[in-house]
Design a protein around this ligand. Structure first.
Ligand SMILES: Cc1cc2nc3c(=O)[nH]c(=O)nc-3n(C[C@H](O)[C@H](O)[C@H](O)COP(=O)(O)O)c2cc1C
Length: 442
């Protein structure tokens, strides 16, 4: 993020059509079927009006059967289900909104670095330099089964594979030099062969000869995002990422996270300013703080009691349907640790949730406050964002994540919160350059 102290802004639009959000007032219902692009194109236009840096798509390719051993609950409630492949939306959105960036998720556990390098090269060309790759290691059993694994690859091994995957992908993106294209009609030279290189990679997981048979794209490599919270996740981020996406829930926990990442960066010879963090936050804006609290209350009330437990089962690969009244989150710690799925985020909950809260109570709240929340007037919200941003080194920004409805909530964010951010000089009033990387560094 260079030396810029700007608050960068993004929105996670992975779950807008799942996770009960379709029930919220102001949700996308009313648009044509969400498998078409109109909704996403409008969303991109609105976010670009707020000079937001990026729209982000997470992804998993599975249907969780963790709650009660069947897919009944996730399908009934629409919990992370369905999940369409959002790749085709990117070019359409990028046409509709020519300045904002886009992040797409691709798993290093189930895909191949050559395929990944090729797809992101093409997306970077098509968006004219506005693509980011969220490199995830994937932690869901049903997804593993869809990709042919009877047993999900173990947590730390997934990260070893990811290290090799990113190494290969980066070598492929660098395998054709930026000035390789000659296009000399007279001499009949298309490209300079001396500027196109094999990579001859032979590793534990991949053997790839290279080069990437593609011209270098505007950003050459996509902006690389990494989102794991565990030790190996932080090491992967420190080695390759430019941006991290994080779900810490309190300022002390955010500060500890930033310090851990900075130490890892130093240990691999990079600088703290080399990676910005986008902290996941849910915004509830209203005319008064009391109105915002009332909207929060209504939102919480609208969530079916078992819904949070269904989502927790999908997230941690453990059956929370067996929770009996009075059980606590900590009672499931051994089971979750044994699964080694989303370990980092579970440990964060154990550290930050009131240990006396019953699992039933917490389950209901899981959907609404598993991430940071800022609710109130634009002034109250921006005060909080400012405090969190400068309290963590002013190195990154915020990503609207989980639990907001679109179109309405994102429009409210752009129309009421962004102007207050801009008025205080905290966020950009215009895009700094044509590529996502330039905007993230401005
Ligand atoms: C904020 C955040 C976003 C993530 N997004 C995705 C995603 O879209 N798809 C996915 O398969 N995994 C996603 N993950 C999972 C990670 O890639 C990783 O597999 C998981 O967090 C386990 O690693 P950890 O123990 O290092 O956190 C995400 C994790 C976090 C913390």
């Amino acid at each position: 993020m260079s030396e810029s102290e700007t608050i960068h802004l993004a929105a996670d639009i992975s779950f807008l059509h799942t996770d009960y959000l379709w029930r919220l007032p102001g949700s996308w219902i009313g648009y044509p079927y969400y498998g078409t692009s109109e909704f996403y194109e409008d969303l991109a236009r609105v976010a670009e009006r707020g000079v937001m840096d990026m729209l982000f798509f997470g992804d998993t390719g599975g249907t969780s059967e963790d709650y009660g051993g069947t897919h009944e609950a996730v399908v009934k409630y629409g919990a992370k289900w369905p999940r369409h492949d959002m790749t085709p939306m990117i070019p359409l959105m990028s046409k509709a909104a020519p300045q904002i960036g886009f992040a797409l998720t691709l798993s290093t556990t189930y895909h191949d670095p050559f395929h990944c390098a090729r797809v992101f090269n093409a997306l970077d060309h098509v968006t004219r330099g506005r693509i980011a790759w969220n490199a995830v290691t994937s932690a869901y059993k049903n997804e593993a089964a869809n990709y042919g694994f009877d047993v999900m690859m173990e947590h730390d091994e997934r990260y070893e594979r990811a290290q090799e995957f990113l190494n290969v992908a980066c070598q492929l993106w660098d395998s054709v030099e930026p000035d390789a294209l000659v296009l000399d009609r007279e001499k009949g030279i298309y490209c300079d062969p001396k500027k196109v290189h094999r990579i001859d990679f032979r590793g534990r997981y991949f053997n790839v000869r290279g080069p990437l048979p593609a011209l270098p794209s505007p950003q050459r490599r996509p902006v690389i995002i990494q989102a794991g919270l565990s030790g190996p996740g932080m090491t992967l981020a420190a080695t390759y990422a430019e941006l991290q996406f994080s779900t810490r829930r309190t300022l002390p926990s955010m500060k500890a996270h930033r310090a851990e990442l900075d130490a890892k960066l130093t240990s691999v010879g990079r600088k703290p300013r080399d990676i910005g963090i986008l902290w996941s936050i849910r915004i509830q804006v209203a005319d008064s703080d009391a109105d915002a609290q009332e909207r929060e209350r209504r939102y919480l009330e609208s969530i079916p009691p078992e819904a949070g437990l269904v989502e927790m089962s999908a997230q941690y690969g453990v059956d929370f349907s067996i929770a009996t009244p009075g059980m606590r989150l900590a009672d499931f710690a051994d089971k979750v640790r044994a699964e080694k799925g989303n370990l980092g985020s579970f440990e964060e909950l154990l550290k930050t949730v009131d240990p006396k809260q019953s699992l039933q109570e917490f389950g209901k709240r899981f959907l609404v406050d598993r991430i940071l929340v800022a609710a109130g007037t634009p002034k109250t919200i921006v005060d909080k964002l400012e405090e969190l941003h400068f309290g963590t080194g002013a190195n990154g920004g915020f990503i609207l994540g989980r639990g907001y409805s679109a179109m309405d909530n994102i429009r409210e964010f752009v129309d009421f919160v962004v102007p207050e951010l801009q008025r205080r000089g905290l966020s950009k009033k215009k895009y700094a350059g044509p590529t996502l990387r330039e905007n993230l560094n401005a």
